[in-house]
Ligand binder design. Structure first.
Ligand code: C2E
Ligand code: CA
Ligand code: CA
Ligand code: CA
Length: 277
């Protein structure tokens, strides 16, 4: 009761009112930005361990604000996640990724799956699966060209609902990845129950891999765990040749990071897919 009292007091503090007004203003701006087409997707290639061939892309949202310039998702996604705005954004991202695949197919490019980041709130929404299947159909894109990245913490909220949704995604050939793996609290039994395809080793472990024994051990443990569960591992945030070599030695299959490619606009991505066969 004491906690609650303190919260109420905060809501009525004048400085909090300013924060609340600012936040709603920002949300309103995001709604307008969606309508005005101010969001873009950049793409970061994922490469195969041995060949360094591009085997996938991660779509990363960018807000090109007319006066504030480029706004990072780290600055607006957390606010969007507090409301249903994250669902509007998620739907825009899915549609844009599928539109892009259809365009690249028309251009005759080599197509690889595009991974989109989906919030937990969106994943468990009743309409999520039907939205996906209708958009795949609209753009004539197979589910095999789409991947869904979900953060680990989501999986623990409603495991049965997650299993249900994921089974439906599986039936559409959509790949399911656990993002930022190692930072949440997944128990092994949960992992076994979920129809997952990929574990993405969080970049905080990759960054310290080879530098600190603990992080090196965590990377190695995740890779072994994934192999035993028949999952693919992706290392994110690979920045150096040393990290890549060490992860390769540990048996990590796919890399993503500045060492290989930075996220880039769709035109540059298309040029890359065109020359890389
Ligand atoms: P994330 O899903 O973990 O995405 C990876 C982030 O790491 C991206 O930051 C990427 O640009 C960055 N990164 C990639 N390689 C390296 C590297 O070698 N070194 C370093 N230091 N960083 C690297 P970004 O694009 O700023 O996105 C930040 C976060 O915002 C994402 O983290 C994701 O959680 C969220 N986000 C981005 N796009 C979307 C989206 O379309 N929908 C949702 N719901 N969230 C998104
Ligand atoms: Ca991600
Ligand atoms: Ca990540
Ligand atoms: Ca992250």
């Amino acid at each position: 009761a004491k906690e609650k009292g303190r919260d109420n007091a905060q809501v009525f503090a004048p400085e909090m009112a300013t924060v609340v007004v600012k936040k709603f203003g920002f949300e309103q701006e995001m709604h307008e930005a969606l309508a005005a087409g101010q969001f873009r997707l950049d793409y970061q290639p994922k490469v195969w361990m041995d060949s360094e061939r591009i085997v996938g892309l991660e779509a990363l949202i960018r807000w090109h604000h007319p006066t504030k310039g480029l706004i990072s998702p780290a600055d607006f996604i957390p606010i969007a996640e507090e409301s249903n705005l994250i669902i509007k954004i998620g739907e825009w991202v899915i549609e844009e990724a599928l539109r892009q695949q259809a365009e690249w197919r028309e251009m005759g490019l080599r197509l690889v799956p595009i991974a989109v980041n989906i919030s937990g709130r969106h994943l468990v929404l009743d309409s999520f699966v039907s939205y996906l299947s209708s958009k795949l159909e609209d753009y004539g894109v197979t589910g095999a060209l789409l991947e869904i990245e979900i953060t680990e913490s989501v999986l623990l909220q409603d495991i049965d609902r997650c299993i249900e949704v994921m089974e439906a995604l599986k039936a559409m050939d959509i790949t399911i990845s656990v993002d930022d793996f190692g930072t949440g609290y997944s128990s092994l039994s949960y992992l076994k129950r979920l129809p997952l395809d990929v574990l993405k080793i969080d970049q905080s472990f990759v960054e310290e891999c080879g530098k600190h024994t603990e992080d090196t051990t965590i990377c190695e443990t995740i890779i072994h765990l994934a192999r035993n569960l028949k999952l693919v591992t992706v290392a994110e945030g690979v920045e150096t040749a040393e990290q890549a070599a060490l992860l390769k030695q540990m048996g990590c299959l796919i890399y993503q990071g500045y060492y290989f490619y930075r996220p880039m606009p769709s035109l540059d991505t298309a040029a890359l897919l065109d020359k890389a066969d």
